[in-house]
Structures are given as structure tokens and as C-alpha cells.
Design a protein around this ligand. Structure first.
Ligand code: GTP
Length: 604
């Protein structure tokens, strides 16, 4: 145990965590250095991660490093940086004794640098501050040193200067990991206590459970239980550690990070945050585990093809296995049939979820307009109800007061963009509660803003008005009274539930207009004119019309080549699969998400 170090890399998005992980993997000899060019974002294994260049899932890898003539095992966990995935970071921290805090030399401390530092600090981890990208011509090392000192009290000599891209000082960092991060504590003689910090599903082996052992040992043949569901016993079939691949070994010992399989076919049996112990020699108490996460954004998901409901149901279970922040329950809609009401941590989480459904499970879904959870106090009653689905919004005559969730948002920005950020926050109904200088150039703005304003596109707009210089972090602070109404959308005079939204009264007309204008572009022309209307109760507040049109795909085919005609008709049918019929009108499946994007987003 003395020779083990468990650590993670934390940073603001894009400050270079995954690139640093690549270099650590090479320097410790897991991959040859000569092939450096080929190794990019090794730990971002998901297709979406590679395409977007962001980390979504934490990844684990076991490295070995020789220091002072002794071999050390370094278990590294790479973590995501985007605010939607903070929960992944907090899980990774629980499995570690130390963290490398990476700061981009050209950017300095950003909003998530602050929040991730405090997450690690509160877990009592040993933190190694590192300034990365020192090779950049615009690197400002002195500014970063000053900020690290002002914000966290680090002295100059405690901070390492590296370039993850070029490999500068990576060897020194590896030595410092061994020197500064304490070895794990725990007792091998105690009964097994292992924290489940992640899991994936394998069609042959069942659930592969990722664990960090805090006490005891785990080997093949052990009979184990998950402490939240003690009635089910599993026999361990394989144990091992992760070195880019699964490497089976004889046993895992106290302090180690690794995986095991035990023919766990029922996905819900393995829960992230649970404690694994042996059946015959049980631990007395489970580990503390993780705090339940509360999703902020809700949306319903329906399969485009209703026959795919079963497949969707299985896919959701599988995704939930390694994405514990996803919550869902059965839902049904008159127009869309059976589906699920899902809760997400933010819009990026929602987007990633739908992409994974389509890529990993080949299921096309329709998503309804995302909503936060509102609170409504009814007249003549003490009762306050929570509404996370616009369909359930009570009749306005029954409502006494409505409330919406607020966040405290922290924006870090350079002084030239303060004005832009303030106007943006104000346009999002934000109220300023603080403004402080971090150093001579950068400012921390603090605002209270309704969550509904933040989730749609606040982050993207913030990035574009500050040319990428502003960063954002936020957390929920509670509910405040707010005038809310339900905005309905009618297509060909039929209300489409899935388009309904709860909105702030003051922006209802603007939003209604925006939605019908957008729908006009999104819904293909039909063989008859289609009225698009936005309404609050019975009052129509906006209207557009799509004029009639019929695309005759056979128009170009004179004469009698029947096979060509058939081909064209088949093709047209294919195209129609992506449309869903509501009453008389076909609506494309992505319309539900597209209407939320403003024209600003599209122009980017
Ligand atoms: P997320 O996982 O999305 O939070 O990002 P990350 O923190 O893992 O950042 P990533 O490693 O993906 O790096 C972001 C960008 O910075 C990439 O384009 C890297 O090539 C670049 N980068 C990382 N380290 C260095 C460095 O030392 N020097 C230079 N010049 N560029 C670097």
C-alpha cells in the first residue's frame, strides 16, 4: 500500500487534463513515446468525446513510475471539466488521495478551477497546483502564479510549470505525485470495503464494476454483496486493473483501484456509490458513498417508432448504469405514445444522452421542450406543488403564486468584457450580488439568475459575447416568486403537448413569436395550408401560416420505368420515417429541440 498513489486531474474545461493524461501514460511507458503524435486524448474513448474534444466520462488508468529506485503504482482518474459533469468529478475525488489542479497559462484561473479546487479541498485531498501550456507564446506565468497565490494561498515554489503538449517537466510532476500525495490508508485484515465508482455493461460478462478498495481484498471466487441490496450474492469471476485494457490479476488489495465481474446481468443490482463487501465476512458499515444528485432539467423522450419502446427501455437502463445522474420514469403522451420523463444535470448532459441513444443503441427519439421544476401555490390551499412537466401546469384560475428555481452564477471575465457580461446577465433577468477583482485584469461577477434562463443557451451566449474569455459556474440556491404562464403551441389548430412550455410572463409573447417563426422553417410544407399558433390559455399571441405544397417526386419521370419510380417512392418513404404525424401534420423529430435554439445559436 505504501507504493500506491491514487489521484485525479481536475481543471476548467480545455485547460489540458486529457492531454496531460496522455503524456503521463507515455512517460510511464504504457505507450511508447516515439508514437507521440498518434496519441491524442487516449482516455476520451467515447466517439462523442473525440468528436467534440471534451471529456464526458471519468476514465481510470494504472501507471507505474520508478522513483528513488522503487516502483510505484499510480492510479490516475481523468475527469470532465464542463459544469454539467461536476458530479463525475466529485465521484472521482472520493476514490483518490490527491488531485493535480491544472491551470492554463494563457487563461489563468476560471470558474470551474475555483469550484473544482473547493470540491477537492473539502474532500481533504492533497492538491498539486500545475500551470500548463507554458509553451504558448501568450502564456502569462506570473499572472497565474499571482492568482494561485491570491485565491488558494499557493507559494511560487509549490507550483509546477509544465507543457502537456511538449512533455516539459512531466518527469518532475511524476516525482512530485509520489512525494506529495499520501499513500492510501486502510487495513488489509479488515472485511472488504470497496466503493463502486463506475460501471459499464458488457454483453458477455454482464456488469463490469469499477471499485476502489478501502479495506480488505477482493479475489476470484469471493462471494460478494452490494450493501444496499444485501439479499443478492454474487460470485466474483474476474478481478483486475485497467491499463487502457482490462488486465485480469489474482486479487485487488486495500488501496487499489480496479474492476471485477460476477455475472451481474441485472443492471440495477450494481449501483454507483454502493459499497461491496464479502458475504461471509461482512463490513459493519458501508462507505459514505455519494450524495444523491438532483437533476435540474427535465424532458420527455419518446421513440420515433412506437415499436421501439422496449428497446428504448433497455437502452435507458444501460445508459443509467454508468451515468447515475440520469433519472427517469415512465411517461405517456396522447400524441407521442409511451416514453420516459427524464431528468438531466444540464443541456449538455441532455444532448450527450440523446446522441448516445442514437449512436450506441441505434434508437431515434423525440425529445420534448426541456423544463426546470417550478413550484405552484394553489388558491384556497396551503399546498405547494412541484411541476416538472408543462402538461401538469394547473389552470391559471386555480393558481395563487408561482415560483421558479434560481442559481447563483459566478462569471470570471477579463475587464474589457465586463460590460457585455453584465448586459447578458441582465437580459437573463439576473440580479448582481457581487463584483470582485481576482487580479489586476480579471473580475469575478456574481449574479442570481433564474435557472430556466441559464439552461437554454446562456453558456454559449456568454462565450460568444466575451470571445471565449468568460467562464461560468453555477449552483442552485432555491426558489423565488415569479410570474409564470403556460405557453401552448397549436399546429393546424391542434395543441401539441410536446411543444408546451412554462415561461416567464414578461417574455411569453416574444417566445411565442419566436417559436412559431422557427416552426415555419422546420415543418415541411403539407398539401394544405397549416396554421401555427402560440397561445396562453385561449388567447392567441402569435401566428404564422405554412402555405400548401406537394413535392411530386415522380415529376421528373416521364414514361414507364417502373423500377426507377419505385426507387424514388422508397426514398421518399425513408425520408418520412424521420417525421412524426400529429393529427394531419408531419413534424420532423428534431423540431422539438430545434425550436429552443435561437437564431443567435445558429449563426455561431
Ligand atoms: P475537457 O476534457 O473537455 O475538460 O478538456 P481538457 O481539460 O481535457 O483539455 P484537453 O486535454 O482536451 O486540451 C484542450 C486543448 O488544449 C487541446 O487542443 C490541446 O491540444 C491543448 N493543450 C493541452 N495542453 C497543452 C499544452 O501544454 N500546450 C499547448 N500549446 N496546448 C495544449
Amino acid at each position: 500500500m505504501k507504493n500506491i498513489r491514487n489521484f485525479c486531474i481536475i481543471a476548467h474545461i480545455d485547460h489540458g487534463k486529457t492531454t496531460l493524461a496522455d503524456r503521463l501514460i507515455e512517460w510511464t511507458g504504457l505507450l511508447p513515446k516515439e508514437e507521440k503524435e498518434k496519441h491524442k486524448q487516449i482516455l476520451d474513448t467515447m466517439e462523442i468525446e473525440k468528436e467534440r474534444g471534451i471529456t464526458i466520462k471519468s476514465q481510470t488508468v494504472r501507471l507505474t513510475h520508478n522513483f528513488d529506485g522503487k516502483d510505484y503504482i499510480l492510479n490516475l482518474i481523468d475527469t470532465p471539466g464542463h459544469v454539467d459533469f461536476t458530479y463525475e468529478v466529485s465521484r472521482a475525488l472520493k476514490a483518490c488521495e490527491g488531485a493535480i489542479l491544472v491551470v492554463d497559462a494563457s487563461q489563468g484561473i476560471e470558474a470551474q478551477t475555483l469550484s473544482n479546487f473547493y470540491l477537492a479541498f473539502n474532500e481533504n485531498l492533497e492538491i498539486i497546483p500545475v500551470i500548463n501550456k507554458i509553451d504558448l507564446p501568450n502564456a502569462d506565468i506570473n499572472m497565474c502564479l499571482e492568482e494561485l497565490n491570491n485565491e488558494f494561498g499557493y507559494k511560487k515554489e509549490e507550483v509546477l510549470l509544465i507543457s502537456a503538449k511538449n512533455g516539459t517537466n512531466i518527469d518532475i510532476l511524476l516525482d512530485e505525485i509520489v512525494k506529495r500525495i499520501p499513500p492510501p490508508r486502510g487495513d488489509e485484515k479488515n472485511p472488504l470495503k470497496a466503493l463502486v465508482f463506475d460501471a459499464i455493461y458488457d454483453n458477455y460478462k454482464g456488469v463490469i464494476v469499477y471499485v476502489r478498495l478501502f479495506d480488505g481484498e477482493l479475489k476470484v471466487g469471493d462471494e460478494i454483496i452490494f450493501m444496499s441490496k444485501e439479499e443478492k450474492i454474487f460470485k466474483v469471476e474476474e478481478v483486475g486493473y485497467i491499463q487502457l485494457k482490462f488486465k485480469p490479476c489474482e486479487k485487488l488489495q486495500t488501496g487499489e483501484v480496479g474492476y471485477f465481474t460476477a455475472s451481474i446481468k441485472n443492471i440495477s443490482d450494481a449501483r454507483i456509490g454502493d459499497t461491496v463487501t464479502t458475504f461471509y465476512n461482512k463490513a459493519l458499515e458501508p462507505l459514505e458513498g455519494y450524495k444523491e444528485v438532483k437533476p435540474y432539467v427535465f424532458s420527455s423522450v419518446f421513440p420515433v417508432d412506437p415499436d421501439e419502446f422496449e428497446a428504448l427501455s433497455f437502452a435507458m437502463e444501460k445508459l443509467k448504469l454508468n451515468d447515475p445522474a440520469l433519472i427517469y420514469e415512465k411517461d405517456n403522451s396522447l400524441a407521442l405514445g409511451f416514453g420516459f420523463r427524464c431528468g438531466f444535470l444540464g443541456m449538455l448532459h441532455l444532448e450527450v444522452f440523446t446522441e448516445r441513444l442514437s449512436r450506441e443503441h441505434n434508437i431515434d427519439v423525440i425529445l420534448t421542450a426541456p423544463s426546470v421544476t417550478y413550484k405552484v401555490k394553489l388558491k384556497n390551499s396551503e399546498e405547494v406543488i412541484f411541476i416538472d412537466n408543462p402538461i401538469k401546469f394547473p389552470d391559471p384560475v386555480e393558481i395563487e403564486e408561482t415560483y421558479e428555481p434560481y442559481v447563483k452564477a459566478e462569471i470570471v471575465v477579463t475587464s474589457e468584457y465586463i460590460g457585455n457580461c453584465i448586459s447578458l446577465a441582465e437580459s437573463a433577468r439576473g440580479v448582481q450580488i457581487g463584483i470582485t477583482y481576482i487580479d489586476s485584469k480579471r473580475v469575478l461577477l456574481e449574479y442570481e439568475i433564474p435557472l430556466a434562463e441559464i439552461i437554454y443557451n446562456f453558456y454559449d451566449r456568454l462565450k460568444s459575447i466575451s470571445k471565449g474569455y468568460a467562464s461560468l459556474d453555477y449552483h442552485i440556491i432555491g426558489y423565488k416568486e415569479s410570474k409564470l404562464v403556460k405557453l401552448d403551441i397549436l399546429v393546424a389548430h391542434e395543441k401539441i403537448d410536446a411543444f408546451s412550455q412554462i415561461v416567464y410572463e414578461g417574455s411569453a409573447v416574444y417566445k411565442g413569436r419566436q417559436i412559431v417563426e422557427r416552426l415555419k422553417d422546420i415543418i415541411p410544407r403539407q398539401q394544405f395550408p397549416v396554421a401555427l399558433q402560440a397561445a396562453i390559455g385561449n388567447k392567441i399571441i402569435a401566428r404564422e401560416t405554412i402555405s400548401a405544397f406537394r413535392k411530386d417526386v415522380l415529376a421528373k419521370c416521364y414514361g414507364g420505368d417502373i423500377t426507377r419510380k419505385r426507387k424514388l417512392l422508397e426514398k421518399q418513404k425513408e425520408g418520412k420515417k424521420k417525421l412524426k404525424r400529429f393529427g394531419k401534420v408531419d413534424i420532423p423529430q428534431d423540431a422539438f429541440v430545434k425550436i429552443l435554439k435561437t437564431s443567435e445559436d445558429e449563426n455561431k
